[in-house]
Design a protein around this ligand. Structure first.
Ligand code: MLT
Length: 352
């Protein structure tokens, strides 16, 4: 794909399948978003889920993230395209990596950022989410990044604001930017996504990372296998087309990528889907004992935060084939790409 170098030295992919006219494509945009489409943007003005993106759009975001990564390797890691833009980070659930990553991504592109968390927002005083969103909107932000424990919350507010909304994780539903950074990390390592075997282990039922990753890897031509205690695997066909394998050794045997997930305790309530963490670790934890079943070239991933000794032993987390910290680095690049692609004028400025 041809690249062009814009005024900030950012190479962005040009003349892509994304540059569609209004009404084209499987998920044609609504009229309100048509302007963006004509400008050659992502078809939606929001990033709510991998389910809304097609293969072309995903490739476009990844290609743009590669250009953004180059900025992160410069001695001065800051460029001006988002100067004068305001990004509000609305995190109603705890986060270290994702929040910092969105914040750094915005700062690298010179945007102004402000953040509120659940405990400091008026939601604790009884304000509805829609009223909170409308009030934030009244202060004219350009992008609202939102994490919420309720599945669908970012979708809901996107109907009430004209700012772009990025879903930074909604309940058990989706975590699209995590899936995009996972794709970027795997593509960077293997040079392709097509035909790879991806095995995701753990709390598949409650993990939004699993849901977005299954959709994303499948859309890009990889095969996904999910593995975990039967009580943590949603009933078919809810596993989104992934193969289910309840035996860990069988599940990892052909895998190019082995990804462990954190048990989403905060979403389980009082229920315990397995007798003890010790038993979970023995049956489904990635440990050195599993190495003999893994392909030599297989890489180890985890979205973080890791519970060492539960889903993964320290030895596996820090192994030479672990790409967990690369995932974190790529997170900043992917989020920079999302910001740049959502803001039409910025995209225009860097491509012209
Ligand atoms: C998430 O927010 O879903 C995280 O990135 C993964 C986790 O919390 O286990």
């Amino acid at each position: 794909m041809a690249n062009s170098t814009g005024s900030f030295g950012i190479k962005v992919p040009k003349r892509h399948g994304l540059f569609r006219q209004e009404g084209q494509g499987r998920n044609a945009p609504c009229a309100a978003r048509a302007k963006r489409t004509e400008m050659g943007q992502l078809r939606s003005g929001h990033i709510l889920g991998i389910s809304q993106l097609d293969q072309d759009e995903i490739s476009f975001i990844l290609d743009t993230a590669v250009s953004m990564k180059e900025i992160l390797e410069r001695p001065i890691k800051k460029v001006p395209p988002l100067r004068g833009k305001t990004i509000v980070n609305l995190f109603f659930e705890p986060s270290t990596r994702t929040k910092l990553s969105f914040e750094l991504a915005a700062k690298r592109l010179s945007a102004d950022t402000v953040g509120i968390s659940a405990s400091t927002s008026s939601v604790v005083k009884g304000e509805t989410l829609i009223d909170t969103a409308r009030n934030i909107e009244a202060m004219k932000p350009d992008i609202i990044v939102m994490r919420h424990s309720m599945s669908g919350a970012p979708y809901l507010i996107s109907r009430y604001v004209s700012a772009s909304v990025i879903n930074a994780g909604d309940g058990t539903n989706e975590h699209p930017s995590q899936a995009l950074l996972d794709l970027l990390t795997v593509r960077e390592h293997f040079g392709t996504l097509e035909g790879l075997n991806i095995t995701i282990i753990g709390d598949i039922a409650h993990s939004r990372v699993a849901h977005s990753d299954i959709l994303a890897f499948t859309k890009m031509g990889a095969r996904v296998t999910v593995c975990g205690p039967a009580t943590m695997i949603p009933p078919e066909p809810d596993v989104l087309g992934a193969r289910v394998c309840l035996d860990l050794r069988d599940a990892v045997r052909d895998a190019d990528v082995v990804m462990a997930l954190r048990i989403q305790k905060e979403r389980l309530g009082k229920l315990s889907p397995f007798p003890s963490e010790r038993e979970y670790a023995r049956e489904f934890g990635l440990s050195a004992a599993l190495k003999t079943y893994l392909k030599k070239e297989a890489i180890i991933m985890h979205p973080g935060p890791i519970n060492r000794g539960v889903e993964m032993s320290p030895e596996m987390a820090d192994a030479v084939n672990s790409v967990i910290l690369k995932q974190v680095t790529n997170g900043v690049a992917v989020r920079m790409a999302l910001f740049a692609l959502l803001l039409t004028e910025v995209q225009k400025e860097v491509t012209e």
